[in-house]
Design a protein around this ligand. Structure first.
Ligand code: MN
Length: 248
């Protein structure tokens, strides 16, 4: 069984296109948030109960986050353990630093935490989304994973550009985006201030080999991610402090 999830909500067109594309590979079960949960990150709901509503055969809507959906599906809702979790197809790219905010990628992260191989798929663009090419690529990649598996603790972050060039892909690492730090401050009709986060997109560091550079060049980007956030390059720095540690 393949479990399909997303963060755009159970009614998002990218989810239906993905589920349909994966159907020839195996039984597909969809468990997705009942509404948009973009930028939910890896949040899990612990302060209230969750409810799952059967929309139709093989399609469940959960009133929670993408992480809730995968956790609940694997540990409670499904009658068999999926061999693969695929998240998407997200409406918009998940590249560089944005991955840390992404509900799409977090659903795949949750699968890896549950010991299941996972792929996150995102369609770059701002409007007029067409998920056909991304769905076709995802199905082909899942066919390979079905045959070869994935290394332990690994999820694949796939980003498909608009007007994709060619049928292949490039193997990339996580890049860096540049953001403006603008906060928009306004006043509501009752005289209270409110704020919008979301600075201007100032582009990105165009470093070769990154996910951002690949998608900007019109190529499908596949980045292997893991959940170890340890900064291995800084261990030595801390070791030095620890050796000379002299509390007052
Ligand atoms: Mn989204």
């Amino acid at each position: 069984m393949i479990l399909v999830c997303n963060d755009d909500g159970v009614h998002a067109p990218g989810l239906a296109v993905l589920a349909a594309a994966l159907a020839p590979l195996d039984r597909v079960f969809v468990v997705a948030p009942d509404r948009e949960q973009s930028a939910a990150g890896h949040a899990i709901t612990l302060s209230r109960p969750l409810r799952a509503e059967l929309l139709r055969e093989g399609w469940l809507a959960v009133d929670g986050t993408p992480t809730d959906c995968v956790n609940l599906a694997v540990n409670g809702l499904l009658d068999e353990r999926p061999w693969l979790v695929v998240s998407g197809i997200n409406r918009g790219a998940n590249l560089g630093d944005d991955i840390t905010y992404s509900g799409t990628v977090s659903a795949a992260m949750e699968a890896v935490l549950q010991g299941i191989p996972a792929i996150a798929v995102s369609q770059a663009g701002k409007s007029n989304f067409d998920y056909g090419a991304a769905a076709c690529f995802a199905a082909n990649l899942c066919r390979v994973v079905k045959h070869s598996g994935l290394p332990d603790d690994t999820l694949l972050n796939v980003n498909v550009p608009e007007n994709c060039k060619g049928e292949g892909f490039v193997v990339t690492r996580q890049g860096r985006r540049r953001y403006g730090d603008a906060i928009v401050e306004k006043t509501d009709p009752r005289g209270r201030k409110y704020y919008w986060i979301g600075g201007d997109d100032l582009g990105f560091d165009d470093e070769p080999g990154t996910d951002l550079a690949a998608v900007h060049a019109g190529l499908v980007s596949v980045t292997p991610l893991h959940l170890d956030l340890t900064n291995h390059g800084s261990l030595g720095f801390l070791d030095d402090i620890q050796k000379t540690w002299a509390p007052d």
